[in-house]
Write a protein that binds this ligand. Structure first.
Ligand code: SF4
Length: 271
């Protein structure tokens, strides 16, 4: 028997189709250089549908260089905002920051790191105490388990030291590609690129490195960003996304790369 489509399902289908066709119209306008000043939040949502599909025309090499030259001139040595005192506490802080804000993690970690700033001390502290100290952070039960398990593995396999190697880092409990990239960049000075929600949004909206998923965006960023900017690129993009190119109501009027940005939803005149 044919499945009967319910009314809410039909409505959702209709909304999706309308949104898709509006997004296509925004893209057509953007390609024609006509999308200078969208007026509504709806137009920005539609523009983001285009951006999140990696459909914005990529920047030229000269535009990429110009954008990073500006980031560098405003903030020559950007810093990450997660508090830490050594590579181990950086690793723990990044693990704790999954699906949580840096500010939220920073509220919990001073007490945690005062009690345990090495894998040995973390194990001595024990899972129950770690859990108690981080209970203001989302998913804290699982994260406490991972912090203890990764401390054990660091001692058992790496002499208690954080390895400066992506593959080894990714074998640690709770550590994925993004966390490994942050640790390699910040603790070992490697020119890696961690793509979080802010970096993904900025890369796609502007035309810096359009891509459909985080891995695609990461690989494009590594390919297009000139070597001289790579060490700080991750922090410039995160800070730009966190404080200027906000997910809702981006501050285009204050944006230092607004003239280069290709996002059809931006609220300043297109280049
Ligand atoms: S102009 Fe700047 S703030 Fe606005 S969307 Fe583009 S990059 Fe983001």
């Amino acid at each position: 028997m044919a499945k009967k489509t319910t009314r809410p399902a039909a409505k959702a289908k209709k909304r999706k189709a309308a949104s898709k066709s509006a997004a296509k119209a925004v893209l057509r306008a953007a390609k024609a250089g006509k999308a200078a000043k969208p007026k509504s939040a709806k137009a920005q949502v539609e523009a983001d549908i285009v951006a999140e599909h990696g459909d914005i025309r990529p920047w030229t090499r000269a535009e990429v260089t110009e954008a990073f030259r500006r980031f560098q001139s405003v903030d020559p040595a950007p810093k990450g905002e997660l508090q830490h005192v050594n590579p181990f506490t950086l690793l723990v802080a990044v693990v704790l920051s999954a699906q949580a804000t840096d500010a939220g993690v920073n509220k919990a970690t001073p007490a945690l790191f005062a009690a345990a700033d090495t894998p040995e001390k973390m194990i001595a502290l024990g899972e129950a105490q770690v859990r108690d100290l981080i209970k203001t952070i989302g998913l804290y039960r699982n994260k406490a388990k991972n912090v203890i398990a990764l401390s054990e593995k660091l001692i058992a396999e790496h002499g208690g030291k954080v390895p400066g190697d992506r593959e080894l880092l990714e074998t640690l409990p709770g550590v994925g590609r993004k966390t490994a990239n942050v640790v390699l960049n910040m603790a070992f000075g490697q020119p890696t690129m961690a793509v979080d929600t802010h970096v993904f949004r900025v890369s796609n909206r502007t035309g810096l490195a359009p891509g459909k998923n985080v891995l695609e965006v990461e690989l494009k960023l590594v390919e297009v960003i000139p070597a001289e900017f790579m060490m700080h690129a991750h922090h410039w993009l995160i800070l730009h996304g966190r404080y200027v190119c906000l997910a809702r109501k981006p501050l285009c009027e204050k944006c230092i790369i607004a003239d280069l940005c290709r996002w059809p939803g931006k609220t300043v005149l297109a280049a």
